[in-house]
Design a protein around this ligand. Structure first.
Ligand code: IPM
Ligand code: MG
Length: 360
């Protein structure tokens, strides 16, 4: 079969990690007889430099027509890069928000788990992580405070800024369904995270999640306040299977969860629309400080491509093959700088990509 993939390399380490991922995808294509066609479009800083906007309508149209989008990372150093002198709607991140909204990518899946081989990098005490942990953060991605009206104004000589947080029940219901569907394929537990002791939007969230839960009698549902969740993630990460939450809470908690694993360079993500379409990118950012040094870890992006095969193309076997190849390379002791420990073999970004491609 032929699959059309829109490729966005982006900024910082984006191009290097995407190149390695394409190496691995091509190896999969060759082995299983699939053709992956890539069409490159620009987003973030690279698009600002070329066109003056963080994403063009043409780029969005190309993405819409394709089967899936593979993204590296976007953005630069927010204190030194000239991109951050531009007005907020022209900065790199605005491109990402726009593509999420325009492509209807409302369901963001961010897995966070402890790799047995990389346990040494986990910042938590061993007594807490004994037995490992494995959670999936389901973050709502096209609603909430990210997409509400916002303004900055002067009222009676005083500067005032407003950001509005709204959810309607349909937005909550569709992400909640995704959360329960995923939980059915995992350990059948959903912890829905909100701030229902303060926010109306959270009280509606809780009510709708409870309604959806009735259709999934096998899944155990609990509610947790977001501040408590932030604490529980470091106190006892094992308790989490699926964390279901709104946009901004998910943004914050997913960074925390990935740090807790000790290997943010290993964590993939998928942003899915209704149907099979999705955008796949690593959970980490563009790390401009190490761009071009060969230190970047391409594994998160490679594993995101595995998610693309699974969720957008229904190629489960091929996805599992990539994941197994990653596991094998780690077992053989190969490490990029970020996960290097004494006694292991340090390799560059491109060597890591080749090692994984060979094992596919
Ligand atoms: C993420 C990022 C984005 C977000 C930024 C770059 C706009 O932090 O994907 O988590 O806040 O959603
Ligand atoms: Mg974030």
């Amino acid at each position: 079969m032929a699959y059309q993939i829109t490729v966005i390399k982006g900024d910082g380490i984006g191009p290097e990690i995407v190149d390695e991922t394409i190496k691995v995808l091509d190896a999969v294509g060759e082995k299983y007889g699939h053709q992956f066609n890539y069409e490159r479009v620009l987003m973030g800083g690279e698009s600002i430099d070329a066109y003056g906007v963080p994403i063009t309508d043409e780029a969005i149209a190309i993405a819409k027509k394709s089967d899936a989008v593979l993204l590296g990372a976007i953005g630069g150093d927010t204190t030194t890069s000239p991109w951050y002198q531009l007005s907020p709607n022209l900065r790199p991140e605005a491109g990402l928000l726009k593509i999420r909204k325009e492509l209807g990518l409302f369901a963001n899946l961010r897995p966070a788990y402890l790799y047995e081989e990389l346990k040494g990098a986990c910042p938590l005490k061993e007594e807490i992580t004994k037995g490992g942990f494995d959670m999936m953060i389901m973050r709502e991605l096209t609603g909430g405070i990210y997409f509400g009206d916002r303004k900055t104004e002067e009222v009676n000589g005083v500067m005032k800024a407003t950001d509005i947080l709204t959810y309607d029940e349909n937005e909550i219901r569709r992400i909640a369904k995704w959360g329960f569907d995923i939980a059915m394929k995992r350990r059948k537990s959903v912890i829905s995270v909100d701030k229902a002791n303060v926010l109306d939007s959270s009280r509606l969230w809780r009510k709708v999640v409870e309604e959806v839960a009735k259709d999934y009698p096998e899944v155990k549902l609990e509610h947790m306040l977001v501040d408590n969740c932030a604490m529980q993630l470091v106190r006892d990460p094992k308790q989490f299977d699926v964390i279901l939450t709104e946009n901004m809470f998910g943004d914050i908690l997913s960074d925390e969860a990935s740090m807790v694993t000790g290997s943010i360079g290993m964590l993939s993500s998928a942003s899915l629309a209704e149907g099979k379409f999705g955008l796949y990118e690593p959970s980490h950012g563009s790390a401009p400080d190490i761009a071009g040094t060969g230190k970047a870890n391409p594994i998160a992006t490679i594993l995101s491509a595995a998610m693309m095969l699974r969720y957008s193309f229904d190629l489960d076997e091929e996805a599992a093959k990539i994941e197994a190849a990653v596991g094998q390379v780690l077992k053989e002791g190969y490490r990029t700088s970020d996960i290097y420990e004494e006694g292991t073999k340090k390799v560059t970004t491109s060597e890591m990509g080749s090692l994984i491609a060979q094992r596919v």
